[in-house]
Design a protein around this ligand. Structure first.
Ligand code: SF4
Length: 316
């Protein structure tokens, strides 16, 4: 894919998993902070723009529960534009950032006023995976004849934790890897087999963190998320952390992806877990470029660049 995109005119090709690692780091820190302060709980994940929109429009009293972390796409874009601003000025060029996403809702997210600066969007254009496949075909590029090429550095590196973001349970698992105190291989396996993975529409797991037993829920499909919200609201259920993906099976089943029935989407998810199994680095805090950025160029600026507060549209 990298070679094809370069043939089509991209100067640099990076990997969204880099943004996902940043999201894990920030989301885990925010979650630990909420544990210290005593809430508000549950903390809902914020990387699915369709979910955020639903809460804004239909259940705004839950907005305070949504993580303030930008999605991986928007975190990546904020860092890219920030890091390239000086380069652009020096070289007299303009960075144009195209994000390739499995998701049609990401087009809406990129247009939100929160992600515009000086009248320009952080992400200039969102193309879905379906659209990019069609463009590659139309340009006559033959995939089978292309040499494999890795994404560019510095933003082309992501860990196994970031890779599994694309499937239901992946975000919660990645954050759990970051917040558990025991970082041994056994703990990673305990998280994996806790019930956090799977296809049931609502999954609940309990994981020990310090002297606390954390209640984590994973839900996919908006109708199931609505039911979970009802149960939380009525006091029937309590959770500390809830991962919500609007699409069934998560982003592997996004509306921007090539058409496929549930078994095909599950195969895609299995492909992500396989990539995680063979990844040299499995935890986001071990991504050397992410940690270098957080300790360097982003130090003291994470709130400004990586976080956002969603408000009711009529109160924005
Ligand atoms: S779950 Fe669906 S709507 Fe949400 S970010 Fe993923 S692809 Fe987009």
């Amino acid at each position: 894919l990298v070679s094809a995109l370069k043939m089509m005119g991209a100067d640099e090709v990076y990997d969204t998993t880099f943004g996902a690692d940043l999201t894990v780091m920030e989301e885990a820190d925010e979650f630990l902070e909420r544990l210290k302060k005593g809430g508000p709980f549950p903390m809902f994940t914020s990387c699915c723009p369709a979910w955020v929109k639903y809460v804004e429009e239909e259940r705004p009293h839950f907005l305070k529960n949504i993580s303030t972390c930008k999605s991986p796409m928007e975190m990546f874009a904020a860092v890219l534009k920030d890091q390239y601003a000086r380069k652009d000025e020096e070289d007299g060029r303009t960075t144009y950032h195209i994000a390739i996403m499995p998701c049609t809702a990401k087009k809406m997210e990129a247009k939100r006023p929160e992600f515009q600066h000086d009248g320009k969007p952080d992400v200039d254009l969102v193309l879905t995976t379906q659209e990019i496949i069609m463009m590659i075909k139309e340009s006559g590029i033959r995939f089978a004849e292309l040499e494999g090429e890795s994404p560019d550095l510095p933003f082309g590196m992501g860990t196994g934790a970031a890779t599994i973001f694309g499937t239901t349970g992946g975000v919660a698992e990645a954050v759990a890897r970051r917040v558990v105190e025991d970082k041994s291989k056994n703990t990673l396996q305990a998280i994996q087999f806790s019930g956090i993975r799977g296809s049931e529409t609502i999954r609940a797991v309990t994981l020990p963190v310090g002297d606390r037993a954390l209640r984590i829920a994973v839900v996919h499909g908006l109708v199931n998320a609505q039911k979970l919200l009802d149960d939380i609201e009525s006091g029937q259920e309590y959770f500390d952390l809830v991962e919500v993906m609007t699409c069934k099976t998560g982003c592997v089943g996004g509306a921007g992806q090539p058409y496929g029935l549930i078994p095909v989407k599950q195969q895609r998810a299995e492909g992500l877990y396989e990539a995680d199994r063979t990844a040299l680095i499995k935890r986001s805090e071990r991504n050397p470029i992410v940690t270098k950025l957080l300790e360097g160029a982003l130090k003291g600026r994470t709130h400004q660049l990586l976080h956002v507060e969603y408000k009711r549209p009529d109160k924005a």
